[in-house]
Design a protein around this ligand. Structure first.
Ligand code: M6R
Length: 612
């Protein structure tokens, strides 16, 4: 969603702000803006990307040691110059940047209009800005107090930073439902919607909690209150992020870099957890909840998008080896459909960003019903990581490309470890099989590296199909979620319509789509339902469809049937998703590049979806 960055200190603010916006551009990228306070408070904003903002401000005076800046992902009002942030209040005495949605903005706006406020934009943010101004004037309170009172009237989600034209010495920040981090330097402060713009200046950060409001001032220590006026002591944490993880490192795109990082990111997800030599799995983050898992009658997995696909792999894993029923739910559906939740249920919430609004709401609901909630998140300190009872981080490192790649394989790795540990605890697996699986899992990073070795075939396939309008992806069993994920990757970044289907379901509908123009990606690895999937390939060929098959290396049978074949190394059936996903990520990547698409920042998408 939107990206927030702000600075207060002795240095020039603009270079820090623009650098921060570049780091945050992956979050939102339809418009950008900056407000700087020197002799006067000036706002510069424009539709487009951060580079467009840089061009826009080329000729202006950018001096000032305090400022706020924003990249937008439109919710209320189309992406244009006027709707871009920061928003001035009517008197231009304050300016504000905002991430989130003010749900009751319409009645608030009407009320303010009756009091003479005229709105320039269609945004909910301008409403909040004028609400704060109105309260400050009418109630004759400080800006901090006016922000606090205003936030008590607001329904919805927000991370905001407010700057006052008359006060060059302080900023006010607050959050509810959208993350906000305050970096504390030697003599300065850096505020951002995630830690990526902060890490190069300081490792000491305070994560604001929901409904907290902070006064950031040159002359005093950081002061935090809740919006109900209760003082809080700031809790300073140390960031563990590595700056090089935020750079492209010689790759053309973040997505490609992240695809190629997978041998390492999978290894990092296993580090200190998988001990094949002594035949054990330990997950420190959930150790206190292992008995809850053992006693649970059911696991419910909640997630969205790619994380939901990882959850589906989790369902197969837990049911297969730990013999426990699993339901996998879209968090957005779960939260509104009055689901049956028992206190004995264990809910696993999966999220790369740890900020997805629907997943957070699903967690809240399950918590209210007394279930135990475990999290699988990538971003350390994220809202979901904090909202769950316990959890395990995926440790995949920052994922900047909007299309999730290494986060998915890290999530699947973690779910595999959890399922193995639970199977061991429940005694649903023999010791020999358990140790065999651990040894094979340990080999997976090397097998992913092997899968990545050559891109020649994938590039050839991409070249051939880059201009088609539709793609179908088929898989069965563990490979069904892989088919879904392959299709999602392609549609997200290349804008080609793609559907993932369980292979056997093809004949119940999608087969009608197949003609000589239709490429069908079939994941036909050995084991499981291999023979049946081969029959599906023949059904596609009988209708003149084009088949791209992902097979286990050494499989010669499919070569005679498919138009293209990509081999992946042999492994246990349950580990195949960790390998089969990789060529599909590459296929989507190369097709998108050949079509001239913006791979890292596909249109309309945002990296973390912090609104409904
Ligand atoms: O951060 P989360 O894992 O909770 O995000 C969930 C989805 O928004 C995300 O996976 C989305 O589908 C990605 N664009 C997939 O590439």
């Amino acid at each position: 969603m939107c990206g927030i960055v702000a600075y207060l200190g002795p240095k020039e603010a603009y270079p820090i702000l623009i650098n921060g916006l570049r780091r945050l551009e992956y979050r939102g990228y339809d418009s950008a803006g900056v407000a700087l306070l020197n002799d006067s408070l000036e706002v510069y904003k424009t539709k487009g990307k951060v580079a467009d903002l840089e061009n826009f401000v080329k000729e202006v005076d950018l001096r000032g040691t305090i400022g706020i800046a924003h990249t937008r992902w439109a919710t209320h009002g189309e992406p244009n110059d006027v709707n871009a942030h920061p928003h001035f209040s009517q008197s231009k005495e304050i300016a504000l940047i905002h991430n989130g949605i003010i749900e009751n903005y319409a009645p608030l706006r009407s009320e303010l209009e009756t009091r003479g406020y005229v709105f320039e934009s269609s945004t909910d943010t301008e409403v909040l800005t004028n609400l704060i101004e109105d309260i400050r004037k009418n109630e004759n309170v400080s800006l901090f107090e006016a922000v606090r009172i205003a936030l008590n009237q607001v329904i919805g989600a927000y991370a905001i930073v407010v700057i006052d034209a008359k006060d060059p010495n302080s900023l006010i920040a607050a959050r509810k439902g959208s993350p906000l981090v305050i970096g504390i330097g030697n003599d300065d402060y850096y505020i951002a919607s995630d830690a990526t713009p902060i890490i190069e200046y300081t490792r000491n950060v305070v994560y604001l909690d929901d409904e907290e409001i902070a006064l950031i001032s040159r002359s005093s220590d950081l002061k935090i209150k809740t919006i109900r006026n209760k003082e809080k002591t700031p809790y300073v944490q140390e960031l563990e992020m590595n700056l090089s993880a935020l750079e492209k490192g010689g790759f053309e795109h973040f997505m490609l870099k992240e695809i190629f990082e997978q041998p390492q990111s999978i290894r990092d997800s296993m580090r200190g957890r998988l001990h094949a030599d002594i035949g054990s799995v330990s997950l420190g983050g959930i150790i206190d909840y292992e008995q809850k898992l053992v006693n649970a009658k059911r696991i419910i997995i909640v997630a969205c998008g790619t994380s939901w696909h990882a959850g589906l792999v989790g369902e197969y894993l837990f049911e297969d080896i730990a013999r426990i029923p699993v339901e996998v739910e879209y968090a957005s559906e779960f939260r509104y459909r009055n689901p049956v939740i028992y206190e004995s249920d264990v809910v696993i919430a999966i999220s790369q960003s740890g900020e997805t609004a629907d997943t957070l709401a699903a967690i809240d609901l399950a918590k209210q019903k007394g279930a135990t909630i475990l999290g699988i998140c990538n971003v350390v300190g994220s809202s979901i990581a904090r909202a769950t009872h316990a959890g395990s981080y995926t440790h995949a490192g920052p994922e900047i490309g909007v299309a999730s790649t290494k986060a998915f394989t890290a999530q699947v790795t973690l779910l595999t470890l959890m399922a193995l540990r639970l199977a061991q605890l429940k005694g649903t697996i023999t010791k020999t099989r358990f140790v065999h699986l651990l040894n094979e899992l340990e080999r997976i990073p090397d097998k992913v590296a092997k899968t990545l070795q050559s891109s020649k075939k994938v590039i050839e396939i991409a070249e051939k199909y880059k201009d088609v309008r539709n793609f179908l992806y088929l898989g069965r069993g563990y490979n069904f979620p892989v088919a879904l994920e392959g299709a999602l990757k392609l549609k997200e970044i290349s804008y080609i319509h793609a559907e993932g289907y369980p292979a056997a379901e093809m004949k119940h509908g999608p087969i009608a789509l197949i003609d000589e123009e239709m490429p069908v990606v079939v994941i036909a690895t050995n084991k499981g339902t291999y023979d049946k999937v081969v029959s599906n390939i023949q059904e596609v060929k009988a209708r003149k469809g084009q088949v791209i098959a992902i097979v286990t290396e050494g499989n010669v049978a499919v070569y005679g049937m498919a138009d293209y074949v990509i081999e992946i190394p042999e492994t246990e059936e349950m580990f195949v998703p960790l390998l089969a996903t990789v060529p599909l990520q590459k296929l989507a990547y190369y097709i998108a590049v050949m079509r001239g698409c913006n791979v890292d920042q596909p249109r309309n998408l945002a990296k973390s979806v912090t609104v409904e």
